[in-house]
Design a protein around this ligand. Structure first.
Ligand code: XUL
Ligand code: CO
Length: 475
């Protein structure tokens, strides 16, 4: 993520208008007034739903925002969100190459660019019929030389964001703190070996909680940026995890005291940037939450690409979250089966989207959560139009997935098969075992009298995959 803003001087803020094209008022002293309302993505109109046969690249084929599905508008069921970092900050760099994209949107100084990113974000939400955004603190305003300076930058841009929210009704799905980019966090933040890094992280998080509350965010995410290790030879894992839990308790107590009613999320990821990330996968995070008494306040933000990096399917991670009552929100993206790192691609796999939405429907739909596109256009897809094409691809894939998941449930064959497969657990014996009324000795007597197990039936995986294919391809 190419943050890397240099520190910003206050003088720069008082600079006169940076670009007559971007800001028509030449006399302002407050950058907040430098909102020209000039269109950022000129030549691209609001994206319309045109139906499955449309060949217009700038149209939706499956996402029809106001169509009612499962008793809710599609836009309310899917709750799509723009990821501020990938969409408005990432510039196509990789470890071999310089930026291929210009994300300054007509701004010149770092603060001016920050204002224009807000304009671009709200214009994208409007044109794409996306109702939410997600952000890291360092996405929305440049980092200053001190925490106080960073906070002042954030506070200024936050005013502008809140104003835009009030004008448009657009909402914040969740916010998070970037505790991984700055070199001060080279050894971690909440799990740092040096108490000063922990203190700085706490200060940064406090400011971000205040921002989340200002934006009416439904959630606050913790992705363990550099919370992990490179080698156990230099690591006190027990102390680091205890400290992480201490920090999360402080966060929860502070946010609740300020009136935050939404969800806190942990976003599992097994590796990258560290060799081992503590929030490895859903099961590991749940064990952490249980150990440290955080289950009442924290849920999971499950990311598809992180699931596959952990050696699981996306559906598996969602099922683990649902079965443990901590299904919360989703980072909708996909990785590349041939690459072992987090490629954060826009999701286009309809099977994964269908099975994801199947889990979401079974979980009762989203409450505070939603589908955030933690995805970026490829380095070679460098134009502004590519941003629209990428979001359309992701949104249509999940709209298709929602329709297919609904069809799968209405079709009923898979649910009926599963019910039948476990039917013996509803027998008197099965129910007694489930109720804990039977001892090991009693089961041993039954087993001795049984002869052998004669009730196995086929698992019929191939048949069920055929049913899935039939439903997915005959919507
Ligand atoms: C990193 C990642 C983050 C989180 C938010 O892999 O997924 O973008 O979603 O910090
Ligand atoms: Co993510």
């Amino acid at each position: 993520i190419p943050y890397g803003y240099s520190s910003l001087s206050k003088r720069a803020l008082a600079a006169s208008c940076f670009n007559a094209h971007v800001c028509k008022a030449l006399t302002f002293t407050n950058m907040g007034e430098c909102n020209s309302m000039d269109e950022v993505f000129q030549g691209i109109a609001k994206i319309q739903y045109e139906g499955a046969d449309s060949k217009n690249p700038l149209a939706f084929r499956y996402y029809n925002p106001d169509e009612i599905i499962l008793g809710r508008k599609m836009r309310d069921y899917l709750k799509f969100a723009i990821s501020y970092w990938h969409t408005l900050c990432a510039k196509g760099t990789d470890m071999f190459g310089d930026p291929t994209m210009n994300k300054s949107f007509g701004g010149q100084t770092n603060m001016q660019i920050a204002y224009r990113k807000v304009d671009a974000c709200f214009e994208l939400m409007d044109k794409l019929a996306v109702d939410y955004f997600c952000f890291h603190d360092r996405d929305i305003a440049p980092e200053g030389a001190t925490l106080a300076e960073s906070n002042a930058n954030l506070a200024e841009i936050a005013e502008y964001i809140a104003k835009k929210q009030a004008e448009t009704g657009k909402k914040c799905l969740w916010g998070t703190s970037n505790l991984f980019n700055n070199p001060r966090f080279m050894h971690g933040a909440g799990t740092a070996p040096n108490v000063d890094a922990f203190v700085f992280a706490a200060g940064q998080i406090k400011q971000n909680i205040d921002l989340c509350i200002k934006f009416g965010a439904a959630g606050i995410v913790f992705w363990g940026g550099r919370e992990g290790y490179e080698t156990l030879l230099n690591t006190d894992m027990g102390l680091e995890l205890d400290n992480m839990a201490r920090l999360l308790h402080m966060v929860k107590d502070y946010a609740r005291a300020q009136g935050f009613k939404g969800d806190f999320y942990i976003e599992p990821k097994p590796k990258e940037p560290t060799k081992h990330q503590y929030d490895f996968d859903a099961a590991t995070v749940i064990s952490f939450l249980r150990k440290y008494d955080l289950m009442d306040d924290f849920k999971l933000n499950v990311e598809a690409n992180h699931a596959t990096l952990a050696g699981h399917t996306f559906q598996h991670e969602l099922r683990v979250a649902r079965d443990n009552g901590v299904f919360g929100s989703i980072d909708a993206n996909q990785g590349d089966a041939l690459l072992g790192w987090d490629t954060d691609q826009f999701p286009t796999n309809v099977y994964d989207a269908t099975l994801c939405m199947y889990e979401v429907i079974k979980a009762g739909g989203f409450t505070d959560g939603g589908l955030n596109f933690d995805a970026k256009t490829r380095r070679g897809s460098f134009t502004e139009k590519d941003i629209f094409l990428a979001y359309i691809a992701g949104m249509d894939t999940f709209a298709y997935g929602l329709r297919a998941a609904q069809a799968l449930i209405e079709d009923g064959r898979i649910d009926q098969f599963v019910a039948q497969r476990y039917a013996s657990w509803n027998s008197e014996l099965g129910q007694n075992i489930r109720a804990g009324k039977v001892s090991l000795e009693e089961l041993s007597q039954l087993a001795l009298a049984m002869g052998d197990v004669s009730t196995n039936i086929s698992g019929s995986q191939e048949y069920l995959e055929t049913v899935l294919n039939q439903v997915v391809f005959t919507l």
